[in-house]
Design a protein. Structure first.
Length: 486
């Protein structure tokens, strides 16, 4: 998922300054208190957020958040493993369920085939063709609207649509492709020994999957020439690319691939703790510092190529940093960072979308707030200014000489501060910048802190080769310690 920047750029030649929102996790109303947990999340926009909740007694209910209220879309009879929403706001759900749309004493659809699409015209879930013959584990969309479906199935089910008969497609190795009308083979074959898809991830133009067979052999491959899966991870002496489980794959805008789960060896590299990066430019697998100290269940990438990881971990593997079940790997600094104040227990899914991050899981609280299994990162900057008018703003400038450059351009004077939204191309006056001064210097890490009165604490970095020099705000906090990384 991609995020749009809100108020990120500062030009030292132009005095208006953009300030990003002060952010921490918050609830969407009271969440879904009637649930046991939330298993999956999908986001189209702020008024179309979808959550699949475990209601107990095997049933799962899919909810929609419209920006103000929750409503129910329908009920399924077992696990929801994955949800995606396409560019036309069509919601697809995959999992261990075979029945949908509970009504009265029974199910309206008793054989949906482990995958369903929500139909706004009928307000019910409908069949995707006729589904497949076993569990769906993962769903992923490409730029052309193709839906990659992975799981433990070996065939699609036959169906008739618009007077056309579509026969079952057999010999599937746990993966198939749906184009909106019909199913097709997607490069792996049951007869070739492949049985399951562990995870599929895509940036729209590049799709990557992890697959295994009955003997535990795992292959990590890129979908190539729209016809086959080309392996990118060498296998070890046991003929497998990884020594544990893979839960999630994400691909950034550069084509770099992140693979996560619960493993410590991948592509013949040991000491990899549950998450790894395949760098497209070099063709090399690389650790993300020391990794994380618990299972990673979900990954998402924002528009700045920062990686969000969520799961059942509480810090880095070497113990140098602590987290609360969610963390961010900053693409610029190549380091792990906290994401707000975190949650009280495991996070099952995370999505960075436009200017927000959404998380779902088993947690009842996030950032000390009662959220009941669904949380969003973010508050708007106007509200932050109203509630904290006497706080200070501090800037961590990453480039040496940045401070003097800002002063020489007059940025420390009585310059207005604006919130600028790239989506609407509109700005609003927030407050003047006053009394900027050095708080302290950190020569080891190459940045200096500045202080200004009123409202916010922010961290800035120079945008390379910008002319006139421009800066990006990458973190905003308040004196109370609430933090948001961008």
């Amino acid at each position: 998922m991609r995020t749009s920047k809100i108020g990120l750029l500062i030009s030292v030649m132009a005095f208006p300054m953009a300030v990003h929102a002060v952010e921490d996790w918050q609830g969407l109303q009271t969440g879904i208190p009637e649930a046991v947990s939330v298993e999956a999340v999908a986001v189209y926009d702020a008024e179309n957020v979808y959550a699949a909740a475990d209601m107990g007694n095997y049933r799962r209910t899919v909810y929609k958040w419209d920006g103000k209220n929750w409503s129910t879309l329908g009920t399924l009879n077992y696990l929801v493993n994955s949800m995606v929403v396409d560019k036309n706001n069509r919601l697809f759900v995959g999992g261990g369920f075979y029945a949908a749309n509970w009504q009265g004493p029974g199910w309206l659809n008793n054989n949906v085939g482990y995958i369903a699409e929500f139909d706004p015209a009928t307000s019910k879930f409908k069949l995707v063709g006729a589904g497949v013959n076993n569990y769906v584990k993962t769903l992923s969309l490409d730029n052309t609207g193709n839906l990659f479906v992975g799981g433990s199935f070996n065939q699609t089910n036959a169906y008739t649509q618009n007077s056309t008969n579509y026969p079952a497609i057999t010999d599937l190795g746990g993966v198939a492709k749906w184009d909106g009308v019909k199913w097709s083979q997607a490069g792996l074959y049951y007869s070739g020994g492949w049985r399951n898809t562990l995870a599929i991830g895509s940036n729209g133009s590049e799709t990557v999957g992890a697959f295994n067979d009955l003997n535990g052999k795992v292959m990590i491959s890129r979908w190539t020439n729209n016809s086959y899966w080309g392996e990118i991870a060498p296998r070890n002496a046991n003929n497998t690319a990884v020594n544990g489980s893979i839960s999630s794959i994400a691909v950034n805008s550069k084509g770099d691939i992140y693979v996560a789960g619960n493993f410590n060896e991948i592509a013949n590299i040991t000491g990899i703790n549950r998450i790894v990066k395949f760098e497209k430019a070099t063709g090399m697998w690389k650790p993300l510092q020391s990794g994380l100290n618990g299972e990673v269940r979900s990954l998402s990438i924002d528009s700045n190529d920062n990686l969000y990881a969520a799961g059942n971990f509480t810090g880095t593997a070497d113990g140098s940093k602590t987290f609360q079940f969610v963390a961010k790997f900053d693409d610029l600094t190549q380091s792990w960072q906290s994401v707000g104040s975190g949650m009280t227990s495991m996070v099952n899914g995370i999505i960075a979308h436009k200017n927000s991050v959404y998380a779902v899981g088993t947690f009842s609280k996030a950032a000390g707030n009662l959220v009941n299994y669904v949380a969003k990162l973010g508050t708007d900057v106007e509200n932050a200014a109203e509630t904290a008018p006497n706080n200070q703003i501090a800037l961590d400038a990453y480039e040496r000489g940045l401070l003097e450059g800002m002063k020489s351009c007059g940025l420390s004077g009585q310059n207005p501060v604006y919130l600028f939204d790239e989506l609407t191309q509109q700005g609003s006056l927030i407050l003047p910048m006053v009394d900027m001064q050095i708080l302290n210097s950190d020569t080891k890490n190459g940045f200096e802190k500045l202080v200004m009165k009123n409202a916010y604490t922010a961290r800035m970095r120079l945008i390379p080769d910008s002319n006139p020099a421009s800066f990006e705000i990458v973190q905003v906090i308040t004196n109370s310690g609430a933090s948001n990384n961008h």
